[in-house]
Design a protein around this ligand. Sequence first.
Ligand SMILES: NC(=O)c1ccc[n+]([C@@H]2O[C@H](COP(=O)([O-])OP(=O)(O)OC[C@H]3O[C@@H](n4cnc5c(N)ncnc54)[C@H](O)[C@@H]3O)[C@@H](O)[C@H]2O)c1
Length: 246
Amino acid sequence: MKKKTAIVTGGAQGIGKAIAAGLVRNNFYVIIAEINEEAGKTAVEDLGENNSRFVACDVAKEQDVLHLFENMRENNDSLEVLVNNAGIIRDRPIWKLTVEEFDLVVQVNLRGTWLMCREAAKVFRETKYGRIINIASRAWLGNFGQTNYSASKAGVIGLSRSLALELAKYNTTVNVVAPGLIETPLTTNLPQSVQQQLIEAQPTKKMGSVEDISAMVAFLASKEAGFITGQIHHVDGGKSIGARVG
Ligand SMILES: NC(=O)c1ccc[n+]([C@@H]2O[C@H](COP(=O)([O-])OP(=O)(O)OC[C@H]3O[C@@H](n4cnc5c(N)ncnc54)[C@H](O)[C@@H]3O)[C@@H](O)[C@H]2O)c1
């Protein structure tokens, strides 16, 4: 039986790679749509060439996204699952941020997700089956130094809720996973003192693992999750609950 196909953007490392591995374990063929060619090819070697392929793609560029979907049509790939995971940060207080740093973060995180959703929605309307999982962040609720990032991730949530309404009658769900502090190159590259502060602010006093996120994505990507749409699934060790004392 032909495997179902999932796209994972930014699937070469960190959370995206774990999501791709989780989907492969659940018998999906995974397309890694990635800007980093070397890391993308290594990820495919790790996942197995029968289970995955790399397609070079900067999700912020319309031409790259159109090329990805064209490449899939040429290869007769089906499409059942889209995971928009590619994301970047450029953290600084607003008075130090440049307009270029604002634009870049919004272009990759929000415009990239929107472009990918638009092309996938065209497929899912035809096939009348789909799962879209957009990776936002707990930071959509607000984080010091992340006016650009928080705005982009809050935008992803608004986009997902509207798209959930547009695609509901096509048997297609759209959900958001909002990770909290997760151990990946994005967080372990932060200065040690900043990492310590972030861990201290966690109710659980620890970072989450990439598998905490991939398990949630694997469930939302399954047939069994068909009655869940337009929701924000925080996977954050309780950080989104709010203030805590002690
Ligand atoms: N790590 C965390 O603690 C954390 C917390 C909340 C949310 N997130 C979100 O989870 C997602 C993955 O984060 P991560 O920590 O694994 O990041 P990461 O930096 O380790 O990996 C991101 C991947 O996306 C790719 N990428 C970057 N720009 C791209 C573009 N324009 N087009 C295609 N691919 C691109 C990178 O090459 C990389 O492979 C991001 O959306 C991030 O905002 C992460």
